[in-house]
Design a protein around this ligand. Structure first.
Ligand SMILES: O=C(O)C(=O)C[C@@H](O)[C@H](O)[C@H](O)COP(=O)(O)O
Length: 356
């Protein structure tokens, strides 16, 4: 089978994914393990209804549904789901199947790894971001007090079943959001992956490119599963990106930035910081920043809002002794972790961004 076994579960690709998932269901049926699907309203309608008829071994199952959007990735929704699992008779033999984007796989992974101190779970990522990033590597989390992924745990799932056909169900904005994480993989580890993606564009992303991006993430995660060092590279664009995302969730709850959009702007800013810190050639940064702007547009952010954005930096998990640590680039494909940056440079990066 064309799959890759990892410390955080096996990854099954394309044609093999349905067969492998059906085999898991068959095993669950044989051992009378109760199966629960976690979906949001969109993935229920557009993905689960397409998936279920393809599964000859699907027996009885229970459905858990949450509203779409980052607001569902909360401790309150997690508590409702724990209660629902208990009421529906979930036990240590049960398996939770998370069908959705990053919000569903982060949330579902979190409730499964904590319910009864951990039940089996697997992911069927339906968004580009879920496929190349969120479903891989065992990070589970909910947002607390507005802080992205503040509470969670590393937990291994039974498997990630990758069905690229689900990309057809995605609105353009979601596809573009996931593309940001693919660009990130190229920027931190593989210049040719980056150029290939820029040549293709997010609208025409191919299953091969999805697999290539996923494999970059897997290589990083396998080398440092618990983020003691190299895995921090995957946080390029996320220090300021998460701060932007938290600010928008708080200030514009009905029109927040998507995760990948925030990360794209975060990467623009952290490229600028890489130049201002003397690590990266300004021309190289300018070319990538122009790629980012042509895909994600520009974001006008008044100074008063920038103050709010920077106030979220104190919660970043990479901080050391209360000092913010960035992941910067010294070249395309070469990231540097644990970079401390003078606050005046962060301010200049913002000013240059707004003037660009
Ligand atoms: O898997 C990782 O490690 C990452 O940092 C990948 C990120 O793209 C991803 O968004 C992750 O969920 C962010 O994690 P966090 O540790 O910064 O909350």
């Amino acid at each position: 089978m064309n799959h890759r076994d990892t410390k955080f579960g096996s990854i099954y690709n394309t044609e093999e994914a349905l067969i492998a998932f059906d085999a898991l269901l068959s095993e669950a049926k044989a051992s009378s393990s109760k199966v629960f699907f976690l979906v949001d309203e969109n993935t229920h309608e557009q993905c689960l209804t397409r998936l279920l008829p393809e599964l000859p071994n699907l027996g009885e199952y229970e459905l858990l549904e949450v509203p779409p959007g980052e607001e569902s990735k909360s401790i309150e929704v997690a508590a409702q789901l724990w209660s629902a699992l208990a009421e529906l008779g979930a036990n240590r033999q049960s398996i939770l199947v998370n069908v959705g984007g990053g919000m569903i796989t982060d949330l579902g992974g979190f409730i499964a790894s904590t319910y009864m101190r951990g039940i089996r779970f697997c992911h069927i990522p339906t968004s580009l971001l879920g496929m190349v990033d969120a479903s891989i590597g065992g990070k589970t989390a909910v947002d607390v007090a507005g802080v992205k992924n503040l509470v969670g745990a590393f937990a291994a799932c039974e498997g990630v079943f990758l069905i690229p056909d689900f990309l057809e169900t995605l609105p353009e904005r979601e596809l573009r959001s996931g593309f940001a994480e693919m660009l990130k993989h190229g920027l931190i580890r593989d210049a040719s992956h980056y150029s290939d993606l820029i040549r293709t564009g997010f609208e025409k992303v191919t299953p091969d490119q999805v697999r290539a991006s996923m494999n970059i993430k897997l290589d990083v995660v396998e080398s440092d599963p618990l983020e003691a060092g190299a895995r921090k590279e995957l946080n390029f664009g996320h220090t300021l990106g998460h701060a932007l995302e938290s600010h928008f969730l708080e200030a514009y709850p009905h029109d927040p930035l998507l995760h990948g959009e925030a990360i794209a702007f975060g990467m623009w800013l952290e490229l600028e910081l890489s130049v201002l810190s003397g690590l990266l050639d300004a021309e190289i940064a300018k070319a990538i920043q122009s790629d980012i702007a042509s895909i994600f547009g520009r974001l006008a952010l008044p100074e008063s809002e920038w103050e709010s954005v920077t106030s979220w930096l104190k919660y970043d998990k990479k901080n050391t002794n209360h000092s913010v640590r960035f992941v910067l680039l010294e070249n395309v494909g070469k990231a540097v972790i644990d970079c401390s940056v003078d606050p005046s440079l962060i301010r200049r990066a913002y000013e240059n961004w707004q003037a660009s």
